[in-house]
Design a protein around this ligand. Sequence first.
Ligand code: FAD
Length: 404
Amino acid sequence: MDFAQSARSKDVCARLQAFMDEHIYPNEETYERQMHAFGENRWQTPQILEDLKKVAKAEGLWNMFLPDSELGAGLTNLEFAPMHEIMGKVGWAGEVFNCSAPDTGNMEVLERYGTAEHKERWLKPLLAGEIRSAFLMTEPAVASSDATNISTSIVRDGDEYVINGRKWWSSGVPDPRCKVYILMGKTDPNAPTHLQQSMIAVPAGAPGVTMVRTLPVFGFDHAPHGHAEVLLENVRVPASNLLLGEGRGFEIAQGRLGPGRIHHCMRAIGVAERALERMCKRLVSRTPFGKKLSEQSLWVDRVADCRTEINMCRMLVYHAAWMMDTVGNKVARSEIAQIKVACARMTQRVVDMAIQAHGGGGVTTDFGLAEAYAYARILRIVDGPDEVHNRSIGTMELRKYSNR
Ligand SMILES: Cc1cc2nc3c(=O)[nH]c(=O)nc-3n(C[C@H](O)[C@H](O)[C@H](O)COP(=O)(O)OP(=O)(O)OC[C@H]3O[C@@H](n4cnc5c(N)ncnc54)[C@H](O)[C@@H]3O)c2cc1C
């Protein structure tokens, strides 16, 4: 195992950190103020975001997520992992560098499995940060943590596919800049289980697409990005919009997942680090019953637990990233599942303690902790709930013994 940071990773991290210090942290208030100024129609992009995108692009801090690609920075998963921790400390920072979900995963899909036409129409503007995208898999009517249940139909009719179904938790759909959905559905309900699903590109707002409502997370709308319920009624798209071929949806999903997990987990570590930083600052500044909180052994112990758990998770993610780079996503399946469970749980615990340290202040939006808690809590559900990943980890572990 070798987790030593390469020279090019160190260089990009240093430049990224400097950018965060110079442009992102000083503009957190500006971002909030501009969002606030939108009033009720919050599905608009704050100008500061577009301004900073231009600066990041000019500084070459752009599309760092694409591994082994001439389109991105060509960094390995291990090299890129620490950058996501740096960006993760501010919720909207990833987008400034064109490194935010679900665009990163969708761009990877289009780059790997898209045709020249798909690339020209969607990948190019996505890589340029001119449009955004969404990934439509989850459905309200079925237990979607088992993707074989996904039942939106994709039926061939001449030169077109006709799509019917209802999706929800489609992140990014409310954003007016979202121009394409990568949708998962069934092309053949009678095929073997893992060959029933396909993925297809659907232009946002195509005839028959209705955004039914936006879905808040514990009251946070996550504007301007957001999440939506989407109804698809007889939506017709050219047959050439199908990605890779009929029945190959699972194959694409497998390819999409590995790097995304590293990104999610490192962002979570960034959120946990920031919560710990806020917690420590609070503990040294508050004095109940004549003694600073930071001098009370209970809080010293809690800070120690947070520090240890964050460091453990970081090492676990570096290990999974190193495995992906050296033996591939398939062999690293258990490690990739482990980080998803461990990082989400750790972030929830650390943010929870930071909230406790802030007392009533912790549950307001003044310290960013309520938002961080909502984020940490959804991490235990999105991209597969804890139980589903643990089921894979446990099954793989037990399989080692079942044939003895
Ligand atoms: C904020 C947010 C953003 C999201 N963004 C997207 C997106 O962009 N695109 C998209 O397609 N989806 C998205 N999702 C959906 C998310 O991926 C799903 O909610 C998740 O996969 C779980 O599916 P489900 O909601 O249908 O839960 P279900 O499948 O109904 O599962 C419910 C619960 O059952 C339990 N469970 C499931 N399987 C097992 C098992 N084998 N053993 C024991 N218990 C089990 C788990 O506790 C699980 O939480 C998002 C969700 C949220 C909250």
